[in-house]
Ligand binder design. Sequence first.
Ligand code: IMP
Ligand code: MG
Length: 184
Amino acid sequence: MSEEIKKDIDKVIITEEDIKKKVEELSKRLITDYKGKDITLVAILNGSLVFLSDLIRQMPFSMRLDTVGADTYGAQTFPKTEPRLLNSLKVDIQGRDVLIIDDIIDTGKTLKRVLEDISRYKPRSLKTCVLLNRPHRRQVELEPDYCGFRIGDEFVVGYGLDFNNCYRNLPFIATLKPECYGRK
Ligand code: IMP
Ligand code: MG
């Protein structure tokens, strides 16, 4: 990692090693639960990209993959608007077992919005899998079916999660120094 990015990090809260172990653990559960089923993963872009790519390479069976885009945050650490879906599905999921993948559930509004959209296509089953869960900020009644880590109130970046579309490429999850949030 460059010195330029390193100087913005306040604290690493989940290490690369811990993420790796957790992704293995989650994939083992998914392999057991989805064995013999016709699974379609639907990833919410862009935050879930890194988690998704590590997760699917641990799942050695045939699957389909699609993505949906959602937008709320911009250059701030709290949602500025209701989540907006930027596109819907391109694959046919009717009668299929669908698992939605996201980086984090915070207020829960994004995941709820995507769940509502996808259920219109009548999947056989519909579940959710997130790497991070910040339960204290929830504004809708929704718990993920699969979850990696519960975290506290602090805003985090890395492993796909961004601030103002930066820091997604960090291999760990970290908080930023307060002065970074003023930058645009
Ligand atoms: P929710 O709709 O409030 O649950 O927010 C979920 C979306 O907000 C996630 O898909 C993330 O992209 C983004 N988000 C929430 N918390 C964080 C954070 O701490 N860092 C980066 N992105 C976040
Ligand atoms: Mg997101």
